[in-house]
Design a protein around this ligand. Sequence first.
Ligand code: PHE
Length: 358
Amino acid sequence: MDDLKAKYLGQIAEAADEATLEGIRVSAVGKKGEVALKMRELGKMTPEERQIAGPALNALKDEINSALVAKKAALADAALDERLRSEWLDVTLPTRPQRRTGTLHPIGQVQEEITAIFAELGFSVAEGPRIDTDWYNFDALNIPGHHPARAEMDTFYMHRAEGDDRPPHVLRTHTSPVQIRSMEKMGAPLRIICPGGVYRADYDQTHTPMFHQVEGLALDKDISMANLKWVLEEFVKAFFEVDDVELRFRASHFPFTEPSAEVDIRCSWEGGTLKVGEGDDWLEVLGSGMVHPKVIAAGGIDPEVYQGFAFGIGIDRLAMLKYGIPDLRAFFDSDLRWLRHYGFQCLDMPTLHGGLSR
Ligand code: PHE
């Protein structure tokens, strides 16, 4: 019995694969294996001999079986280790260029660029629903029911069945409702941007019923118009990838900011191409101002303690300007030729250090 044990435990220890192990199992503890043959000899023994040999044989069988199980597990572990060693993949390798058929839409690209720039300035990205109540879209932003701004914005109202007493919902006409939602959610101090789609009933070469804005909001105890100006200048320089830009703040009016300013960029259209930072033309790119105290209060924050600035930038407009795209409507035609021409490599994430648009 000791010989059997030494023989099989030795074989098991040396087995290099599962097939060998199975062979050992069959010849040791299989139905016609050596241990079974020994068991058959029990019949010829005296009862006294049997009482010693029987349990000993069973113990031997158990020992061989557990050695088999342990070895099987060890072989599986080794096989897995070997696979992990041999089947590795360098996920940092570039993809095969011929596979890159899809492209990133210019709106998505510009959105990423804008996000990268404002992230560097300490703004985080906030979101809000595209279907919102008229309270968030208007009232909370100091645009009461009778205000002409409601009509000016060509609002899409959601249909309401007769007797429906839920608050009226609209397709948001701007990203400004996210100012209120962010204040409610995060309190002050606060620095957020919110890029996203907005809707107005309008359609021509520079207007589509759905377009994109990026809202900005910064609230703190010591924020002034000077901070707004600096942030916007930094943004425009980084976005157009030029060292110098001249901005013009034009007095304007929005119900939710006081004072309000629209911002133009000095540019030239010489030779039909747009150059930012030189020339005698001015290009209107955004609305901005110091957040109205009523708006801060509507967001649940004390306007006696906190103040700040907000801005709303037209993303589609910026994309047209930066990438020389003449007609806004083509953005949303889903024409593959247009998408291939104006699309961006989807793996080139815009970063300030790596370059925004290269
Ligand atoms: N919501 C304004 C618009 O859509 C833009 C804006 C945002 C102006 C924030 C001032 C402050 O025209």
